[in-house]
Design a protein around this ligand. Structure first.
Ligand code: TRP
Ligand code: SF4
Length: 551
């Protein structure tokens, strides 16, 4: 495990003072804007465990350690960013640019997320509900699912408990604005198409991966493993009728699932598209070097219109390259030398991965312009990479494949528990359930810990610490709704010492009470709507298992 501090990118090493001065905290591009779930001092780094405890000490670390991308890099591509995006509650993503582009261009896109019905839906789940609803309003095909197989297999809930909670999640999702006639709601256990897809995907997954990704071992139940392939199927389900950019809004604890689903999606593909410069195969660092050599061919080729591999070898052997490319350099020099007089020439390569002969032949046929056909690949000289991707997908779909696009994800921060520490479904005082009596909601906010000082005088003098205040988080995540100015005002007043915790909590408590009242009325209306839909909420009678014991 790496040490968190040492890996934090420099740009984020900004002091509290810088952050205060920059004012609009979620707009400032350097500061660390929202509280981190109360475990700042998580000294032994971060683990992402879908069934473990959901806290993250240092969100910055997720970029360096796991390759999650910074949401700030894509937010400008999002047509009208949601307030959770603007306020950096949504902090990271994988491949969301594709989804943002599709939304901006009114092209097909989808959004899907799932909920384990292990307790009441609470204000932490509301983040995901809101993300789904926003994507639906932006025109995406949107799916909400009840992960009942997972709740049973991984969390040991009985079917009766699951049935009771499943309905509550869907009611809140609809009450908050999800349109169930436009989108789709399902539960894992009763969805046959989903189960068939899970079975197919399982054919591409190996137990050894489950071991290394999830720490599964000989004591892990087979049903638990099946719930993983089911989640893989959930993630790709929106693409069953038509491949399209799909976003999975989740907490970062789900990232291992997202990565595996991205892998599996690629493994099912008939063809793989890569770029190459000669007949031999090259890995990405080797290709990087080949690209450099090709770009510099004026310098070294006898005839720049027909640069030779062996001359490129001489040039690369002498060129100055970064340390991390030096072993690739040795390999590529050898390959180029062996290729001798062959011209160095960029091309798009379509590799046969899972295609049958008919599909491969059809692909070859479909390539326009100059091409060279090999046993297991075809090199195309007049095709862009994008055009090649399109072509490969079309041929795959024509020949009975799925043609999946790699699914994308966005990650939101976990809310801090009202009592400090993590927000947990199993600790009622730590969260506000969407089913809580509005007055209880009021009381829970009033009882919350704050980022306030020990006395009013000190608070006036030093200001409060909104970045370490669960009450401020309520404002930023939920109570300010779409009103950035209001959220900013609360922040500034607190930090400047113009706001004292008593009044601040009272205001938050009133807003919370009003929200719960409104939400619960909307739930009553949603109940009627849900009745009239054909969402199968009762579990099949063949499922009688008692909760499986594991570990
Ligand atoms: N594993 C998720 C959780 O723990 C639930 C889930 C199941 C899910 N299938 C999904 C989430 C697909 C996102 C996408 O809550
Ligand atoms: Fe938190 Fe409000 Fe107190 Fe500031 S004034 S520390 S935001 S409760």
């Amino acid at each position: 495990m790496r040490d968190t501090d040492h890996d934090a990118p420099d740009t984020e090493a900004q002091s509290d003072d810088d952050r205060r001065q920059s004012g609009a905290w979620w707009r400032s591009h350097g500061g660390r804007p929202v509280t981190d779930g109360g475990t700042e001092t998580d000294a032994d780094g971060v683990t992402l465990d879908p069934w473990g405890s959901a806290t993250v000490g240092d969100y910055q670390n997720l970029f360096a350690e796991f390759g999650i991308e910074d949401f700030r890099d894509v937010i400008d591509d999002v047509p009208t960013p949601h307030h959770l995006m603007r306020r950096r509650v949504i902090f990271g993503h994988r491949g969301y640019d594709r989804v943002a582009r599709a939304l901006a261009n009114d092209e097909p896109a989808a959004a899907l997320s799932g909920f384990m019905p292990t307790g009441d839906p609470h204000i932490g789940h509301k983040l995901v509900f809101d993300e789904l609803i926003w994507h639906q309003r932006q025109g995406a095909d949107t799916y909400g699912l009840i992960a009942d197989l997972e709740a049973h297999a991984a969390r040991g809930l009985s079917w009766d408990e699951i049935d009771e909670h499943a309905r509550d999640y869907l009611l809140s999702l609809i009450a908050l604005g999800f349109d169930p006639e436009e989108g789709e709601l399902y539960r894992q256990s009763t969805n046959d198409r989903l189960q068939s897809l899970a079975f197919e995907l399982g054919g591409n997954a190996r137990f050894s991966e489950f071991q290394s990704i999830y720490g599964f071992d000989g004591e892990t139940s087979v049903s638990h493993m099946q719930s993983v392939v089911t989640q893989m199927a959930d993630i790709l389900y929106p693409q069953l009728d038509e491949p399209k950019p799909t976003v999975i809004p989740v907490g970062p604890d789900q990232d291992p699932h997202v990565r595996l689903a991205r892998d599996l999606a690629a493994r099912t593909r008939f063809f793989k598209v890569t770029e190459a410069f000669a007949s031999f195969a090259a890995d990405p660092p080797e290709r990087e070097l080949l690209g450099r050599a090709h770009d510099a061919r004026e310098e070294w080729a006898d005839d720049p219109d027909r640069p030779r591999c062996e001359d490129a070898a001489d040039w690369i052997a002498e060129a100055s390259v970064p340390e991390e490319l030096s072993t690739a350099r040795d390999r590529v020099v050898e390959k180029l030398t062996n290729a001798g007089m062959e011209p160095l020439r960029p091309r798009v390569r379509l590799l046969d991965r899972n295609a049958d002969e008919a599909a491969f032949d059809a692909l070859i046929e479909a390539v326009d312009g100059e091409k060279r056909v090999f046993d297991e690949h075809v090199d195309c000289f007049d095709l862009s990479r994008e055009a090649a991707e399109e072509l490969a997908r079309e041929v795959e779909l024509d020949h009975g494949g799925y043609g999946f696009r790699t699914p994308s994800s966005i990650y939101h921060r976990f809310m801090t528990g009202l009592t400090g520490g993590k927000m947990s479904s199993s600790v009622p005082a730590s969260h506000i359930s969407l089913l809580d009596d509005p007055e209880d909601g009021y009381d829970k906010v009033m009882a919350a810990t704050t980022g306030g000082r020990s006395t009013a005088e000190k608070q006036r003098e030093l200001g409060g610490e909104p970045d370490d205040c669960p009450v401020y988080e309520l404002y930023a995540y939920l109570l300010s709704r779409d009103d950035d100015e209001f959220a900013q005002r609360v922040y500034d007043e607190c930090a400047d010492g113009d706001r004292l915790c008593g009044g601040c909590k009272e205001q938050a408590a009133e807003l919370m009470e009003a929200f719960l009242e409104e939400h619960q009325e909307a739930r009553a209306e949603a109940a009627e709507l849900l009745e009239s839909l054909d969402v199968d909420l009762d579990v099949d009678a063949s499922r009688r298992g008692v909760a499986p014991a594991e570990e």
